[in-house]
Design a protein around this ligand. Structure first.
Ligand code: FES
Length: 583
């Protein structure tokens, strides 16, 4: 190789691929010299990078993301796969969002992660990407970014943690935290037992083992053909997970060589299939917000109503907490997503594309090994639908309720509102003897939406007052513009749109007003006259406090409402043509 050229020009490239990375490495000017020189500074040879597909491993690992504690090892497996396939791997760290530790809520930062990764992919010499993550907001954020840049990319899901066990019972992360905390609050669990539980619930690296948001999103991305078949349920610490990661690296190189961009994989059919699978999973309501945001990035026309339509057709078939009583490891060995897709095959568009370049029907259908976990439509996990989308004068742009996790008798309920203006107020008052909360009350929490929270925290499953728990009352109708953890349960009407902080009708409710919930008719009604609501509106003040600083202010100014995915208004859609100038 000629290395004494004054401009350090690249040697002729044998590979005829039109690689994006060549704009950086395969040029004869001073910049080309500098780009190659700096790679060689790291001990690489110029032929290591020039003319090879440069694959970014977008790694969301951090010491404060326990679900991702294995991802540095997995990045190495991906790296091996990329090298074996003739590509050049580059590992890039992205904003790491550990669901439980990040405050006030990771949802505030999903769009920041998406922006971080979109700009990182665009501004660097990258031809394709492996998106490595799993904890709640991570996969949606990564896919939103990759969709906008529209490079060839594949998702490598982090995988679920091992089953939790305590005194002979299966423990599900999140679900049992809330259940057992209620027992702790009323003295059914001792301090010693509580400390013992801390060690028993989360036994390994990996995402929550219930059908929470992370599991739901991983399964949906597999159903959309964005992962390898069977990838989303492999336990994080199973050796199969490392092999899957290596295969992701290999496939990413093929995706670049065949120039299979994400926009050629994902279509309207992918989202329709995802809504069907969501219904069968009894998935987290958070996935509704994420899928709508992703649809916006892919420029696919998809709205809230599709989730309701799917839920009316498909019952909950996957027996996992919080709707059922099994865990992700059980789902994996029962057949995982390929087993579920096989069960749903009459309902799906099997000609949907996938990252493999083959159709969903050709490559992603498997077998059902255990019908107690992947049920038949005749033996569903719940007699209730997975989700319902509600409208009415309290939610003109929609709200959702996870029907399968609700109490059947509360699905048609009228009762007096007990209103909390903030989460702090709710926490202070909920257990006060004179809170006014009774068995038929409807708890209302406002200022908890995208703008109000900010970031739509998971406050929607408001706690049940201790004195009601002691009487055996474990559920009440609860209404908010917040979200709810996918691992939680209860009759919680969520994502009320428009939210109270931007003047939505939730801001007009007063304690004592009658609220009527009618899920079969998909209605949520505030029994207050239009005239009275107009009068209250005239005297209302905005609860939004802008003028803090930095990202939170930016978020509040640009976040959209939950019914369209709570993405930033200026990030919706694709931007594949926005290539940086090289100088
Ligand atoms: Fe990470 Fe649940 S806390 S997936």
């Amino acid at each position: 190789m000629k290395t004494d050229d004054p401009a350090n020009a690249a040697a002729p490239i044998e590979d005829p691929l039109e690689l994006r990375s060549r704009r950086w490495f395969d040029r004869s000017d001073m910049r080309g010299f500098a780009h190659r020189q700096r790679m060689q500074q790291m001990g690489l040879r110029r032929e290591d990078v020039i003319g090879k597909p440069v694959i970014a491993i977008i790694n969301t690992w951090s010491d404060l993301s326990p679900c991702h504690s294995h991802l540095r090892d997995r990045a190495n497996s991906i790296r091996e796969g990329i090298l074996a396939a003739g590509g050049f791997p580059v590992e890039l760290p992205a904003l790491s969002l550990g669901e439980v530790l990040v405050k006030p809520t990771t949802m505030l930062y999903r769009n920041l992660l998406a922006m971080d990764v979109e700009e990182m992919l665009r501004s660097n010499p990258i031809d394709g990407a492996v998106l490595l993550g799993g904890c709640d907001k991570t996969l949606p954020g990564l896919v939103m970014a990759a969709a906008s840049v529209d490079l060839p990319a594949i998702v490598c899901p982090a995988g679920p943690m091992l089953n939790g066990q305590w005194r002979g019972c299966k423990l599900g992360a999140g679900t049992h935290t809330r259940k057992l905390w209620d027992d702790r609050r009323i003295g059914k669990i001792s301090e010693e037992e509580w400390i013992e539980l801390e060690q028993a619930m989360t036994r390994s690296a990996g995402i929550c083992n219930t059908m929470g948001t992370a599991s739901t999103m991983a399964c949906l991305l597999e159903a959309m053909g964005l992962t390898l078949p069977g990838a989303s349920t492999i336990p994080a610490v199973d050796s199969a997970h490392s092999r899957m990661a290596r295969s992701c690296g290999e496939l990413a190189v093929t995706l670049v060589r065949t120039q299979r961009r994400l926009s050629q994989v994902v279509s309207h059919k992918s989202f329709t299939n995802a809504a069907m699978v969501f219904a069968a999973l009894g998935g987290s309501t958070n996935a509704v917000v994420h899928l709508l945001a992703m649809a916006g990035r892919f420029e696919v026309d998809f709205d809230l109503s599709k989730f309701d339509e799917a839920a009316r057709k498909i019952p909950v078939l996957v027996n996992l907490f919080p709707t059922g009583d099994q865990l992700m490891e059980d789902f994996h060995f029962a057949g995982g997503v390929p087993g579920l897709l096989f069960r749903l095959k009459e309902r799906l568009s099997l000609d949907q594309n996938t990252v493999l370049g083959t159709s969903l029907g050709a490559s992603y259908l498997g077998t059902v090994n255990d019908e107690t976990v992947i049920r038949t439509p005749e033996t569903p996990v719940s007699e209730q639908e997975s989700i319902a989308v509600l409208y009415g004068n309290l939610a003109p742009l929609g709200a959702v309720v996870k029907v399968s996790a609700a109490t059947a008798k509360l699905l048609c309920h009228s009762g007096p509102a007990v209103v909390f203006d903030s989460h702090a107020e709710m926490s202070k008052r909920i257990d006060e003897p004179d809170s006014g909360i009774e068995e038929n009350s409807v708890l209302v929490l406002r200022n908890a939406g995208p703008v109000g929270g900010p970031g739509m925290p998971e406050w929607g499953a408001l706690p049940i007052p201790k004195r009601l728990l002691a009487r055996g009352i474990t559920d009440l109708v609860r209404i908010s513009d917040a979200r709810m953890s996918g691992t939680h349960y209860g009759t919680c009407v969520l994502h009320v749109c428009p939210e109270s902080a931007v003047g939505g009708p939730l801001s007009l409710v007063k304690s004592g007003d009658i609220i009527e919930l009618n899920v079969p008719e998909r209605r949520i009604t505030l029994r207050v006259s239009d005239n009275e609501l107009e009068r209250r509106k005239a005297g209302a003040k905005s609860a939004v406090q802008l003028g803090r600083r930095g990202y939170t202010d930016l978020y509040r100014q640009h976040v959209q409402q939950a019914n369209v995915g709570a993405d930033f208004d200026y990030l919706v859609g694709r931007s594949p043509g926005l290539e940086p100038d090289i100088y």
